[in-house]
Write a protein of this length. Structure first.
Length: 90
């Protein structure tokens, strides 16, 4: 996967969790996770590349908090358009 994308999981019509998939190679798996804010955890591949961002509290997550987490791993910030599914779920 060469592009990042956001997946939101729902239970009974309410957002339960979300995951921002970052560019990754086929077969990449998370071998290390680092908490980087309230309800945000960056997942890293074996070679140290960030491959995803876990969002455990999607209803209270902001664009600013997501971009701070991404900046901590030197990843380009998200636009409001990219997180529209998350904002719509909240």
């Amino acid at each position: 996967m060469s592009q990042r994308y956001l997946q939101v999981t729902y239970r009974k019509g309410q957002p339960l969790a979300a995951y921002l998939y970052l560019p990754r190679k086929i077969g990449d798996k998370s071998v290390r996770s680092v908490k980087c804010g309230d309800g945000l955890v960056l997942d890293y591949a074996v070679d140290g590349r960030p491959i995803g961002l876990e969002i455990s509290v999607p209803r209270s997550t902001t664009l600013e908090s997501l971009n701070r987490a991404l900046a901590s791993a030197q990843i380009e910030p998200l636009s409001a358009e990219e997180i529209q599914p998350l904002l719509a779920a909240a």
